[in-house]
Write a protein that binds this ligand. Sequence first.
Ligand SMILES: [Zn+2]
Length: 307
Amino acid sequence: MSVAYISHPTCLQHEMGMHHPEQPARLSAIQDRLVASGLGMVLLNYDASVATDEQLLLAHTRPYIEQVKSVSPKQGHVWLDGDTAMNPHTLDAALHAAGAVVQGVDLVMAGTAKQAFCAVRPPGHHAERAVSMGFCIFNNIAIGAKHALRRHGLERVAIVDFDVHHGNGTEDIVAGDPGILFCSTFQHPFYPHSGYDSKAPNVVNIPLPSGTTGSEFREAVYTGWLPRLREFAPQLLLISAGFDAHQADDMANLNLIDDDYFWVTRQLCRVADECADGRIVSVLEGGYDLHALARSVEAHIKAFYGD
Ligand SMILES: [Zn+2]
């Protein structure tokens, strides 16, 4: 029973200015907490590999990939949208972030690890096929899902997204793909103002009002996600693990606590145990209160080891 932890030093070098909430300290806080808790001792540590163009093309258009590569700055910042910037290290970090998920999929499919957690940034779930936004450049999880279908010949992969924001980019890329089921909970109305009227049959969106509590979130997962996941019976489960629905996170207004992340992860482990030999690859998305983020990631990873 082993859990892989995949990250890369270059993910700490991507930064978007001193006061930007999506900051390198997020990864340091997670790393420190895992060391302090002793979990760091038992995780299998991997340096993320770099995503190839062929892998990026699973989720993005060639002109978009070329555009991101061509604007990568030699110094200072280049802004891709109002809140997403590149510094000289960002391209390398983004390639490793996408590569980490591909690697996580390869590790769990090979049986080297049962689950993998990708501690990477920039995050990915807002990145659409040809648009970077919301701190995201490449859609790490969508690339991983498509890689699992293409490279490993799987027929059914589920993506579950509990970040407080709707994963508009993931939906843009996977909507209508019969090999992928996308389940999401998110605050609504809220950034990026999508997902509440989705029509694709492979998308299960559950908008949650401001102020939603942990028990209301659990009810939504229990009645909305779990039956659809069991019906779909994924051979691999991917998690867009954003922790910004935590009550301590002032990016949004949901009221989850650390234990809700343990609970939801346990539910997903049970589904994965039933139909996917337990295989889960989880990928960091949001989470901006450093203490709550670090504790919630610890709870999330602990849940992989059981009750
Ligand atoms: Zn978020």
